[in-house]
Design a protein around this ligand. Sequence first.
Ligand SMILES: [Zn+2]
Length: 150
Amino acid sequence: MQGSVELKSMPELLSLLVDDEGEVSVELGFALDEQKLRTVTGQAKARVRQQCQRCLEPVEVELEAEFSLAVVLNEEQAKNLPRYYDPLLVEEDVVLATLVEEELILTLPAVAYHEDCSVQLSYGEDEVQQSEQDEKPNPFSVLASLKQKR
Ligand SMILES: [Zn+2]
């Protein structure tokens, strides 16, 4: 099965992104292997936008997930799976978009930033901001002066 899924159908992934622009292309294969395990293997690719942790502007991130899953009905079956499969616990109907969404979330970088982000180079600006903060009156020094007046 090959196709594309809209990011809009992946609310959990979306909550980690700056907008819903982008599409996920998916390739899935379903099979019954030699051990009579029902397997779902495939890959998903997406180009999404996260927030750059330096300049706070959107930054494009490419996600690529590959997975090899075997359907299990309970924890016991999951434990007995060959190591090359990850368990796909099926309690109700499997929503394929959700399956793909979970795999993509696992590939999200913990921290995203532009490779050539301009903020990275301007350490001088940070120092200016810091000294401005230092000039603000400390609220505790106001309290201290109140105490002295009593
Ligand atoms: Zn940036």
